[in-house]
Ligand binder design. Structure first.
Ligand code: UD1
Ligand code: MG
Length: 450
């Protein structure tokens, strides 16, 4: 197989986002759009990935360096069109001899199958491959011009197109692939003599065809190639991502009773026979094992839910929550950085942060792990089979032994031994008849004032 490199164009200004954040760092499915393109390039086997950025885009340059390392971006200054953007990487790729694919940084939903189909064309007869799609409303997209035998003769930008060409619905997604040296050779012949005064990458198709090279289009769905220029399009891309993810999970054996109300992230993993009730949000980093049940109105992030566990309704799992097999986390319980053992239960109104709860333990309503003193965080550990009575404050660092019982309403500041009873609250005092006497005294006072 030929070596593969990817060039991701991201030097556009993104002004329509009206944002201080660079456009390609806005997220779809919990992941920056640029990172979708980077991931696509990686999955397509690209050994080199270069991002074209504009001058002054420090935040973007830093992001690229963090994700791909030094030397992974090139600066296009000033931006003079897509062809000019690709040429900005000519130096960086001068020692690269394989196939090059051009992707956009603002086009997050392209499936890997589309990219591999393009590379397959290059392994066959084609010298250049273009990813196209049938547009419902072709509008400003470039049109793909095919000849009788199905090969591409050129791409015409909408501004340059004749009325007959404008009637073509097969459009250019922007994704293009070819041998690296061929692409740069063709680009050296591209001029900016056109309606926009830009160097069009798309012009290389006509030039290649004229020189006797074979250019082919492969197609995908319009939804797959949605480009994001505004927050409205960002929301549209999110909606497409969510719809695809919901149906993929359902096909894989996950029950969603109201799919349109459940939101996933790019890295959500859900096992078979998991039941998900309405209005559940999976932020990034959630793994749910088979046969768990996620009940309505729960929010999960960075959490693991093991087989048979039940979460919610109205539960919150934060990063580091690891809910054991058949454990139960009920309404208004927040779990952070805490492992909950097999079969343990915290069914109502609790904060369980920075701790570990043994198998079979029972955490009463209103239990708080007091993990923070305003400066540092400390751990709470609860032994297997322990029982923490309702409305207890466990002041960390503290540990409750196996099988111990904490009396309801306790403030526990010292470790509790296994199988002990710990009470950390005022002693109950009883005065027989006091209430009755109090009422009679007050009635007398009130009537003497009339
Ligand atoms: C481009 C294609 C068009 C295609 C459409 C698909 C050309 C000439 N036209 O048009 O055929 O249908 O995309 O969306 O290629 N960029 C740079 N530097 C530049 C200019 C652009 O990095 O100097 C980047 C942008 O950030 C963006 C991408 O290239 O990610 C596309 O640029 P854009 O200006 O949106 O191209 P279109 O006119 O939409
Ligand atoms: Mg565009």
């Amino acid at each position: 197989m030929q070596d593969r490199a990817a060039l991701i164009l991201a030097a556009g200004q993104g002004t329509r986002m009206k944002s201080e954040l660079p456009k390609v760092l806005h997220k779809v499915g919990g992941r920056a759009m640029l990172d979708w393109s980077i991931d696509l390039a990686r999955r397509a086997g690209c050994s080199r990935i270069i991002v074209v950025v504009s001058a002054g885009s420090q935040q973007l340059q830093q992001h690229v360096t963090n994700v791909l390392g030094d030397d992974a971006f090139v600066i296009q200054d000033p931006p003079l069109g897509t062809g000019h953007a690709v040429r900005a990487a000519e130096d960086a790729l001068k020692d690269f001899a394989g196939n090059l694919i051009v992707l956009y940084g603002d086009c997050p939903l392209i499936p890997e199958t589309a990219v591999s189909a393009l590379f397959d064309e290059l392994s066959g007869e084609a010298d250049l491959g273009v990813l196209g799609f049938e547009a419902e409303d072709p509008g400003a997209y470039g049109r793909l011009i095919r000849n009788a035998d199905g090969n591409l003769e050129g791409i015409v930008e909408a501004k340059e197109a004749s009325p007959e060409q404008l009637a073509i619905n097969l459009c250019n997604s922007g994704v293009m692939a070819g041998a690296c040296d061929l692409v740069f050779d063709l680009l050296s012949k591209v001029t900016n003599d056109n309606a926009k005064g830009e160097y069009y990458l798309t012009d290389i198709v006509g030039l290649a065809h004229a020189a006797g090279s074979v250019c082919r289009a492969v197609t995908c769905d319009e939804d797959d190639v949605l480009g994001v220029n505004s927050r409205v399009e960002l929301a549209a891309a999110e909606a497409i991502f969510q719809a695809k993810t919901r149906s993929a999970f359902m096909k894989a054996g996950v029950t969603l009773t109201a799919p349109e109300t459940v939101f996933f992230s790019y890295d959500t993993e859900i096992g078979a026979d998991v039941m998900i009730e309405p209005n559940v949000v999976f932020a990034t980093g959630v793994h749910v094992q088979p046969k768990a049940r996620i009940r309505a109105f729960s929010h999960l992030e960075g959490a693991q839910v093991r087989s048979g566990a039940e979460i919610g309704p109205y539960a919150r799992l934060r990063p580091g929550a690891d809910i054991g097999e058949n454990a139960r986390i009920g309404n208004f319980v927040e779990v952070k950085n805490t492992a909950v053992g097999e079969g343990a239960k915290a069914n109502h109104l609790a904060y369980l942060g920075d701790g570990a709860i043994g198998p079979g333990a029972n955490i009463g309503a209103g239990t708080i792990f007091c993990n923070y003193d305003g400066f540092l965080k400390y751990r709470t550990s609860i032994g297997a089979g322990a029982f923490v009575g309702s409305n207890s404050a466990l002041v960390a660092p503290v540990s409750i032994g196996e099988g111990a019982i904490v009396g309801s309403g306790s403030v526990i500041t010292n470790d509790v031994s296994p199988d002990a009873l710990a009470l950390g609250r005022g002693q109950q005092v009883e005065k027989p008849g006091w209430a009755k006497g109090f009422r009679e005294k007050k009635k007398r006072e009130k009537s003497s004032k009339r």
